[in-house]
Write a new protein. Structure first.
Length: 451
């Protein structure tokens, strides 16, 4: 049996869900929820610590917190003033400086605002953007190559969607305004992991359809035609397959009575699994597992709880138990994300019973070299090329071998008297396997993703 088949079997066997996994809450609940308070979750690229941002309705501000393996602690002071009816605050880490950036609708300024935490306080990045409309949404993402922050938002002044990027000391519009924006229409922005091309997804109020466009040769170009009709407050999510770069989007379908996930294969859009999920007018979040590349979705169950499902290539399957949230219709947002260090699934959602936000992770009895992953830190993961490996202690000699997705050796290096080593991956995007020979029959087998 060759190396690649062995690793595939290992990944398949160790990531089976069921009796060997369970939801585990991270610390206590936090914040005070009311009227669809906004929130988001992300992971520090180096430490893997989960961070959250959320609207604190008790003192009408936004707050950020991080989890240090034991409890949640606040990051800086509260900031901003939530806009009445705004449902989201989004965040992203700078790929190079690891500074945390947030984007939100500010009720005092009536503008969209981007801030970043410099280690001491929250600083505003440039001037306020656009004019906020009811239930306005802004999304932020960093260009993987230039590290410039990009945002997309629904602008009340132009009644359209606007994309801007921060260059030097000011925000610059990317292309022309797009589509027809209405109240409660939530766009999203992302970058193709293979080409670094910017993509946006938005609900066009005039056409009553979901539109995906990519920015190439200074023009926004539509990517096929997504089937179906959407009306009212449309919420959506977009992600890309880590290896093929193909876009996937989720949205609530006509009347808001179900969710669908659509996939573009280069020629046309089709529904993933050929069926709809859920029964509520809120948001479904989707993300790919960083090791198995299975697509995961999280959504609220009407007047009840939350559910996470994964697509196994043929059909959607429920992941472990449902999440009991005591959710009400006005508080039915949720989000999910995978820790880039150990690939553990984390979710955040409002718990109407406790009146606070809850973060849970899907704790597995075993994982890929589970004990070793706890002892050895690989970062950043994913990476553009360069990465670091921090060992649990110093070793006299470390032999590092890197294999490509097919199991072929692409490089090997020797290090002496080290606890932390630096290396790089030269090759196409995909998952790579790291073999560490530490001497005295001690070995470590890790994985890393090259964007």
């Amino acid at each position: 049996m060759d190396y690649f088949k062995l690793v595939v079997l290992l990944v398949t066997s160790l990531w089976q869900w069921g009796a060997f996994s369970q939801w585990t809450q991270l610390g206590n609940g936090f914040g005070t929820i009311e009227n669809s308070a906004g929130f988001d979750i992300a992971f520090h690229p180096e430490s893997g610590e989960p961070y959250v941002v959320f609207e604190e309705t008790e003192d009408f501000s936004f707050k950020a917190q991080r989890f240090n393996e034991v409890s949640w602690s606040q990051v800086g002071e509260g900031f901003g003033f939530p806009f009445s009816g705004a449902t989201r605050i989004t965040m992203a880490f700078h790929p190079e400086t690891y500074e945390l950036y947030v984007a939100y609708a500010d009720g005092l300024l009536d503008r969209f605002v981007v801030r970043y935490f410099d280690g001491d306080s929250w600083l505003q990045l440039g001037e306020g953007l656009g004019v906020v409309m009811e239930a306005s949404v802004i999304d932020i993402a960093f260009h993987p190559e230039t590290f410039e922050p990009y945002v997309v938002y629904a602008d009340a002044d132009s009644a359209a969607f606007i994309v801007q990027r921060f260059v030097g000391d000011e925000w610059v519009q990317v292309g022309t305004t797009q589509g027809a924006a209405g109240n409660g229409t939530g766009p999203q922005i992302g970058f193709n992991p293979l080409t670094f091309t910017p993509y946006i997804v938005y609900p066009d109020s005039w056409e009553s359809s979901v539109v995906v466009k990519s920015f190439e040769e200074e023009v926004w170009n539509q990517i096929g035609v997504i089937p179906g009709v959407v009306l009212g407050y449309v919420k959506m999510s977009m992600t890309f397959h880590p290896l093929s770069g193909e876009p996937y989007v989720s949205y609530n379908s006509t009347g808001g009575d179900a969710f669908v996930v659509a996939h573009y294969d280069g020629d046309s859009w089709s529904f993933v699994g050929g069926t709809s999920l859920g029964t509520i007018d809120k948001r479904m979040e989707i993300a790919f597992h960083p090791l198995t590349y299975e697509l995961y979705a999280m959504y609220p169950i009407y007047w009840n709880d939350f559910r996470v499902e994964r697509f196994d290539g043929t059909e959607w399957q429920m992941v472990d138990e449902k999440l009991v949230g005591g959710v009400s219709d006005s508080q039915a947002e949720s989000d999910l994300a995978f820790n880039p260090i150990n690939a553990e699934l984390h979710v955040i959602y409002p718990n109407a019973d406790s009146g606070s936000f809850i973060v849970q992770k899907l704790a597995n009895a075993v994982g890929i070299d589970d004990v070793e992953q706890e002892q050895v830190l690989v970062y950043p993961n994913p990476t553009q090329s360069h990465f670091q490996i921090r060992l649990e202690k110093s070793f006299e000699e470390v032999h590092l071998t890197i294999r490509d997705p097919l199991g072929n050796q692409i490089s090997e290096e020797y290090f002496y008297q080290v606890q932390e080593i630096s290396s790089q991956i030269i090759g196409a995007s995909g998952v790579y396997f790291l073999e560490l020979d530490l001497g005295n029959d001690e070995k470590r087998h890790l994985s890393i993703i090259r964007d």
